[in-house]
Write a protein that binds this ligand. Structure first.
Ligand SMILES: Nc1ncnc2c1ncn2[C@@H]1O[C@H](COP(=O)(O)OP(=O)(O)OP(=O)(O)O)[C@@H](O)[C@H]1O
Ligand SMILES: O=C(O)C1=C[C@@H](O)[C@@H](O)[C@H](O)C1
Ligand SMILES: [Mg+2]
Length: 174
């Protein structure tokens, strides 16, 4: 049985972009916990947070992780999935976990180009460059301790996918 592959990392590191390409390369299904929540609630992340608050969003996020977990599936997780110990343990126990790592300056640049504010509401109210620097400082150790493999997410998407395949000793399906 092929274990699920979880992609973790901060906003803008490419979990959705790389996850879709990786799933195609492997012939796996693709799921995204943020998209799953959007579909099942018919609300954006920003709307859920505005009406219920972050704690409720985080609880829903934990449910979404369990709901999308399936064999032969690449799962793009929300940037804050690693905050809860229960989520960190679940991912390590149920699959292979990949951290897409890039400096905060690169992440902030990508998010400035494509903010998608409905799915990425501000976490701190601070300018994006400062926020991403703070977020990585707070979370880097959680991404590191949760991941089985760390991949350089500054490379072109095709190279990121190849590095993940090499890390997992998996060949491309085609
Ligand atoms: N390796 C890459 N090189 C250049 N640009 C990239 C790369 N990966 C992703 N991007 C771009 O960065 C932006 C954010 O990517 P994406 O939405 O996949 O990130 P994410 O990790 O899923 O973010 P979130 O946690 O907010 O869902 C997109 O505009 C995407 O095209
Ligand atoms: O880094 C975070 O805490 C978040 C990342 C996004 O994927 C969304 O899950 C949400 O905007 C929160
Ligand atoms: Mg995403």
């Amino acid at each position: 049985m092929s274990l699920p592959i979880y992609l973790i990392g901060a906003r803008g590191c490419g979990k959705t972009t790389i996850g879709q390409a990786l799933s195609q390369a492997l012939g796996y299904a693709f799921s995204d916990t943020d998209h799953y929540l959007q579909l099942t609630t018919q609300r954006s992340v920003a709307e859920i947070v505005a009406s219920e608050g972050w704690d409720s969003f985080r609880a829903r996020e934990t449910e979404s992780l369990r709901a999308v977990t399936a064999p032969a599936t690449v799962i793009a997780t929300g940037g804050g999935m690693v905050l809860a110990e229960v989520n960190r343990r679940f991912m390590r126990e149920h699959g292979q976990v990949i951290w897409l790592n890039a400096p905060s300056t690169v992440l902030a640049d990508r998010l400035e180009r494509q903010p998608e504010a409905a799915q990425r509401p501000t976490l701190t109210g601070r300018p994006i460059a400062e926020e991403m620097s703070d977020i990585l400082r707070e979370r880097a150790h959680l991404y590191r301790q949760t991941a089985h493999h760390e991949v350089n997410a500054m490379q072109a998407p095709e190279q990121v996918v190849d590095q993940i395949l090499q890390s997992l000793s998996l060949a491309r399906a085609s």
